[in-house]
Design a protein around this ligand. Structure first.
Ligand code: CP3
Length: 341
């Protein structure tokens, strides 16, 4: 598998490329299957349909890896929290965690069991996906998940969760501990059911000052990756803490690939982490609106990485819903052509 080889820095015929949110709303084929399923969460819970949308970008775009179709928020949902996706507004937990009783009510083992529909989706995809294409499994970082669980929804200021970390850090750590334990079992099961690599998304990393970031987020992510690497050394682990370019000096741990977001200069990530970790990223997603911008963006990144074997091409965050499919195809083709070795 070219993707897995690249995660370990082994030589490949070209730099493998895939896109965050590659199975999503910019594809008319996705919109059709989502409409059949009813809504987004029903699609996540329907293994046949989730398998179908996972495979769509493989055929349509010719990407080098598939990413499991699901969402990071199914974990807190199956820990016992009601979850809604409100049209045009994103995810909502109507009853966020407020008290010790709320925290005690969250389950661990049962949550990992209830996620059986994800494991079934993985088995179906692995049965249909070409043998040389990797399937990437994923989860949210405990910090990002706990932020949603405390705030109830996306937030600009993170006021509720940050008030908590400074006024009752013990409570926050107890929540992070529970989420971490579920994630460890969940990722083990994703691997045992057939994913070939795993990625941990820390979308809200940039909300924290440096010391708080390491205490409340990175240390838990590192614990999860160390746990997985000890059990499954052949499965690459990709870490994606979004927006922490100022903290790269302190990044360490047992993992294989560091996901670089678009706001972090790739040169900087290469200088600080490129010898220790393979880098993934980091084209600015809105370059996909314009073909000249795509070509130029790919050229810049190829040049920065010296077209070597220590890079996986990706966007620096998810593809936006109104990107023309033709431009997404052009991006994938540009990477595969420009990095041919
Ligand atoms: O193709 C893939 O990348 C795999 C599937 C995937 C989804 N969500 C599908 C999805 C993955 C890996 C995620 C991760 C995810 N989910 C993250 C981390 C990555 C990131 O973007 O920072 C986060 C923070 C979430 C939570 C979430 N899910 C939000 C904030 C939203 C709404 C925002 C939006 O884009 O509308 C979702 C919904 C969601 N997850 C969609 C998809 C395809 C859109 C749902 C739809 O069909 O309407």
């Amino acid at each position: 598998m070219i993707f897995v080889d690249a995660c370990f820095g082994k030589p490949t015929s070209h730099t493998p490329v895939w896109m965050m949110r590659q199975a999503g709303r910019y594809l008319p084929e996705y919109m059709e299957v989502r409409a059949q399923a009813g809504d987004f969460l029903s699609l996540c819970r329907d293994p046949e349909k989730a398998c179908e949308v996972t495979l769509q970008p493989m055929d349509i775009l010719g990407v080098d890896a598939a990413i499991l179709f699901s969402d990071i928020l199914v974990v807190p949902m199956e820990m016992g929290m009601e979850l809604k996706f409100v049209k045009g507004e994103g995810p909502l937990f109507p009853n966020p965690i407020k008290t010790m009783e709320d925290l005690d009510a969250l389950c661990i083992e049962e949550a990992a069991d209830k996620l059986e529909y994800v494991y079934e989706t993985i088995r179906l995809i692995r049965g249909k996906l070409a043998a040389d294409k990797a399937l990437i499994g994923f989860c949210g970082a405990p910090w990002t998940l706990a932020t949603y669980m405390i705030e109830g929804q996306g937030t600009k200021t993170y006021a509720i969760v940050k008030k908590l970390i400074y006024s009752n850090p013990k409570f926050m750590h107890a929540l992070l501990r529970k989420v971490t334990e579920v994630i460890k079992i969940y990722m083990q099961r994703q691997i045992e059911n057939g994913v070939n690599a795993v990625m941990i998304f820390d979308s809200w990393a940039a909300a924290l000052e440096e010391s708080a970031y390491f205490e409340f987020s990175w240390d838990y992510m590192k614990e999860i990756s160390a746990h997985l690497k000890a059990k499954y050394p052949h499965i690459p682990v990709i870490m994606f803490p979004k927006g922490i370019s100022g903290y790269l000096d302190k990044i360490d741990g047992d993992f294989d690939v560091f996901g670089v977001d678009w706001s972090t200069p790739l040169e900087l990530a290469k200088e600080k982490l490129g010898d220790k970790y393979v880098l993934q990223g980091n084209m600015e997603p809105t370059r996909l609106y314009n073909k000249d911008a795509i070509k130029e963006g790919v050229e810049k990144i190829v040049k920065t990485m010296d077209n070597n074997n220590r890079h996986i091409f990706n966007l620096g965050h998810g593809i936006l819903p109104d990107i023309p499919v033709e431009n997404a195809k052009y991006f994938i083709k540009q990477v595969q052509e420009q990095t041919k070795r």
